[in-house]
Ligand binder design. Structure first.
Ligand code: F6R
Length: 242
């Protein structure tokens, strides 16, 4: 893993933007894997600025999101589809039929998982996958114990993940307990991975990632076996690690 240490969230977002804009401008038909949550918001804001300044276009870009809550449809303000539309897609020139967020209200969720995988394959695989990390080491919604060989699947969210994500909902009872998530193998099949880590709340996870063993008990640890991973981490997230 190529670990880039930066001062704070803004610098992390800045560096991530440079990398993503460079890949979009270099690749012919870029395929991006995208994450939601607080971590990539600064990245998306800066990408929109670059788009407004004419420095990047999404005309040829295809995207695949990591995950979606089961039971929330596209128009639900807590769905990840809605998040992506509001935070990025509606501000840039992406063709919405190039956008793939798993459908959390599909009548056949198993089929939805197979289709997400197939669409990724048909697009030629993910060129760059953006990731955040959960305090428990999850990537996507692959909670501790998820087999490294997993493909897109329906997952039961950990209580710690439900608690961490309750901040976006009116009450914890409204947080869905399941999600559709790309699997760990799906993520590992990406040609390049960009992991963003910011804030003290991630310091324990960062320390485990840097110093711990590769184990299914800590899903992000598998990233050490990928040959093209960049981790951009800020000082606050390194408080335990160093
Ligand atoms: C989001 C995702 C999750 C988040 C992780 C960190 O699509 O797959 O793995 O990246 O839970 O969330 P934040 O960035 O909100 O701390």
């Amino acid at each position: 893993m190529n670990v880039i240490k930066v001062k704070n969230y803004d610098e992390m977002s800045e560096k991530a933007t440079e990398l993503i804009v460079n890949r979009i401008n270099t690749l012919e038909n870029p395929v991006l894997g995208l994450a939601t949550g607080s971590t990539p918001e600064g990245l998306y804001q800066r990408i929109i600025k670059k788009y407004d300044q004419g420095e990047v276009s999404f005309k040829n870009v295809t995207t695949f999101n990591l995950d979606e809550y089961v039971g929330l449809d596209k128009d639900d303000s807590n769905s990840y589809y809605y998040f992506m539309k509001e935070k990025l897609f509606r501000h840039v020139d992406i063709a919405m039929d190039h956008v793939h967020v798993p459908n959390g209200v599909a009548s056949d969720l198993e089929k939805e998982c197979v289709e997400h995988e197939r669409a990724i394959e048909q697009a030629g695989g993910v060129d760059v996958q953006v990731l955040g990390i959960g305090g428990n080491g999850h990537i996507g919604f692959n909670e501790p114990g998820t087999p490294f060989s997993s493909k897109t699947h329906v997952v039961d969210l950990d209580q710690s993940t439900i608690q961490a994500n309750a901040r976006f909902f009116n009450s914890i009872d409204e947080v869905p307990t399941q999600a559709v998530s790309m699997g760990i193998e799906t993520i590992m099949n990406s040609k390049e991975i960009l992991l963003l880590v910011s804030g003290e709340a991630k310091a324990d996870a960062m320390a485990k990632l840097l110093n711990g063993e590769v184990s299914e008990d800590f899903p992000a640890s598998i990233l050490k076996q990928h040959d093209n991973v960049t981790v951009i981490v800020d000082e606050a997230a390194l408080t335990v690690a160093e």
